[in-house]
Ligand binder design. Sequence first.
Ligand SMILES: Nc1ncnc2c1ncn2[C@@H]1O[C@H](COP(=O)(O)OP(=O)(O)O)[C@@H](O)[C@H]1O
Ligand SMILES: [Mg+2]
Length: 325
Amino acid sequence: MTVPRTAPAGSGTPIGDNGAMTELAIETRGLRKAYGSTVALESLDLAVRPGEVVGLLGPNGAGKTTAVKLLLGLVHPSGGDGRVLGRPLGDRGARARVGYLPELFRYQAWLTADEVLRLHAGLAGLPWPLQQTEIPRVLGLVGLADRARDRVGGFSKGMQQRLGLAVALLGDPALVVLDEPTSALDPVGRDDVRAIIREARARGSAVLLNSHLLGEVERVCDRAVIVNRGRVVRAGSLGELLGESAVRLRVTGLPADLSPLAAFGPLGEEDGWLVVRPVDPDRVPELVATAVAMGGRVHAVDPGRRSLEELFLDVVRGQAPGGQR
Ligand SMILES: Nc1ncnc2c1ncn2[C@@H]1O[C@H](COP(=O)(O)OP(=O)(O)O)[C@@H](O)[C@H]1O
Ligand SMILES: [Mg+2]
């Protein structure tokens, strides 16, 4: 990855000021959407760079799907501003370079998988010779190569979601937007989707992934933006969000002089655990061996890093005490 990761979401240059910077795949400022008196999205600041996988994370009703619909020009903003692939929201030229998996969709039951893809390839303006290679490529990617001639009406929900993913990946889009791509998939399917997302990134696509599944985002995203009640409540790389890596040891019998352990990183004590933070995760086995060599008895070793789930619950519950949707 050569993409700079220093600026968190929402701290990019002003919209429209392209300057010498790489064109962002997505940038929004104060993007807002109200349906009558319901504010679906209060204010969204988002920046996604080319070749970056960003997770838009939040509880049900947070405004994730609304954000995606605004980016794709499917609904008009009530306020704020945004650009997709350097073009204003709703621009048709930019839309043709975006692959989109909607949250809720249903293909015509009487079409075969191949026909669905042909239809969308045609709508996206993919030239015929390219369709000939692209359609088998994306079908293979999502594991439906042998179902090309089967009617969608007979597909399980998971297979339909795979087909939706294939549609989103047609023609190698510069930006791929996936709204809850794994909601109908089993763990194997989810793992496949992660591999597919990584492959899209390797091909240089930016990916925006909406999910309420935290493990999903934690495993595949470079950065996460947590939204709650229509607002960004936290954003950053996973390292920034979850803190530096640490290790906690429950160890007894250590001598008074802990200097051999201090060589691994700053030492601390929390609730009877010995904490080394920050620590190079690759050196943890050596750290444990050193504690044992010093006469220590190691009862437990625990990664000190918070999970995204813990952070998410803190952030979301902190905002809405006791409130769950
Ligand atoms: N077309 C609509 N009309 C009225 N309210 C809507 C509409 N779409 C979304 N909302 C409301 O906006 C909020 C955000 O919805 P949504 O963006 O779908 O959230 P998420 O995708 O994070 O679950 C919810 O309260 C939802 O009920
Ligand atoms: Mg949604």
